[in-house]
Design a protein around this ligand. Structure first.
Ligand code: COS
Length: 381
């Protein structure tokens, strides 16, 4: 049977996340965007409520909730503000490789720290010359007796400036392309340098940094999974986290849609609220349909994970579609506001800027189409 309804626990999680978004995130979201304020206090509160690290199994101090539960939370938090929600949600991306392939000892030592204290971790994959083309990375990890020496630089790292540890991808075999990458956990105090805080178009409350590893040494047991298994660990991680980005995109779209509906009922032109004009109605109708469709893909891609199935195709469907929907709906919301939509005093201008990243991070809309086409023409099992 196909179920499109949430159970009581999921409804309670949704209410908890919505309440937090409405009462804690929304009141500061536009100010934090303007000032590019990192939401440290909100992160602590979200941690206290269990809205962070929620997939971490109970034996490591987490709630161990499912993937559908997670995307329901993320849509609500991003309805509040996707910059703040990126900051709150980033730990899930950082620990996914550890949960997937890390040793019990590494999980105890690192994952458990995040559930014991409101600390942050970051996922370090992207480099200046290796964004979509992961295998082109230059960061390398050289084995030296009982240590790996990691040298290189990673860019666009969410929470990079505030992380206590990093999950880092580096070449362990320079000649083996994607088969020569390994994944490591690197504590910040091993000598990691945070170089730069990016001044971004949107999601300005989130911290995006360059993180450099100048011959940073980690013990051999800090490798996550087998040597040279890193590329597959990265891909499997993204399969698990792209539904969350798609959920966040749906939350941004829903926020823009709600503002547009409200404004269309208040704004009078030609003697009637503009909601009475068919041109506006059609835009609003399309927004509503697209948001519903995005959410269905998000839920389906998450439920597939809850069933223990590989979700590469659905994860990319959801990420591609919901990202494009967020951009279109937010742009149309600005259109409904007319000239006022272009002014920072009105809420939709921020949402349009925030929406853009949904088509970029965790794999661009074009990369998602590549994944979809490959899965269709040559499905992997
Ligand atoms: N799960 C497990 N393994 C996977 C996988 C997945 N989802 N996708 C690919 N693989 C495996 C393949 O099976 C292949 O294995 P073999 O070595 O046994 O042949 C290997 O990984 C290489 O796959 P592929 O040939 O598809 O690799 P490409 O270098 O062509 O890269 C893309 C594929 C472009 C899809 C990948 O590099 C990608 O997703 N890039 C975007 C990265 C990204 O999202 N960056 C954002 C920053 S992270 S926040």
């Amino acid at each position: 049977m196909v179920e499109f309804t949430l159970n009581d626990e999921q409804l309670a999680l949704r209410d908890l996340a919505h309440d937090f978004a409405e009462k804690e995130i929304r009141p500061v979201a536009w100010q934090y965007d303007r000032d590019s304020t990192f939401p440290a206090e909100l992160i602590k509160k979200a941690w206290g409520l269990g809205l962070m690290n929620y997939h971490v199994p109970e034996r490591f101090g987490g709630a161990g909730i499912g993937y559908l539960d997670g995307v329901v939370i993320d849509e609500e938090l991003s309805w509040g503000c996707s910059g703040i929600s990126s900051s709150i949600g980033c730990n899930s991306l950082a620990v996914a490789p550890l949960l997937l392939a890390g040793s019990e000892e590494l999980k105890r030592r690192y994952v458990e720290r995040l559930t014991a204290e409101p600390l942050l971790a970051s996922f370090c994959l992207t480099e200046p010359d290796a964004g979509s083309d992961v295998a082109a990375m230059k960061t390398r990890a050289v084995r030296n007796k009982d240590k790996y020496v990691i040298t290189g630089s990673k860019c666009f790292i969410t929470n990079g400036g505030y992380a206590t540890f990093y999950t880092v991808y580096a070449k362990t075999d320079l000649d083996a392309g994607h088969r020569g990458i390994s994944c490591f956990v690197v504590p910040r105090d091993a000598g990691v340098i945070v170089d730069k805080h990016e001044d971004k178009m949107g999601q300005r409350a989130s911290n995006t940094a360059t993180v450099t590893f100048p011959e940073v040494e980690v013990p051999l047991d800090h490798r996550i999974g087998g040597e040279n298994d890193g590329f597959k660990i990265a891909m499997a991680t993204l399969d698990r986290t792209r539904p969350n980005i798609a959920a966040m995109a749906t939350g941004v779209a829903r926020a823009a849609f709600e503002f547009a509906v409200q404004y269309a009922q208040e704004r009078v032109q030609f003697g009637v609220p503009i909601a009475m004009h068919q041109a506006i109605q059609f835009m609003i109708a399309d927004m509503a349909t697209e948001i519903e469709a995005a959410r269905l893909l998000v839920w389906k891609s998450a439920v597939q994970l809850d069933h223990g199935e590989r979700n590469t195709l659905l994860s990319s469907h959801a990420k591609r579609f919901a990202g494009d929907v967020a951009m279109k709906v937010a742009t149309d919301a600005v259109q409904v506001y007319g000239g006022y939509g272009f002014i920072k005093d009105y809420p939709v201008e921020k949402l349009m800027r925030d929406a853009k990243i949904m088509q970029l991070y965790e794999g661009t809309a074009q990369i998602q189409r590549i994944v979809i086409a490959r899965e269709l023409f040559a499905p992997r099992v």
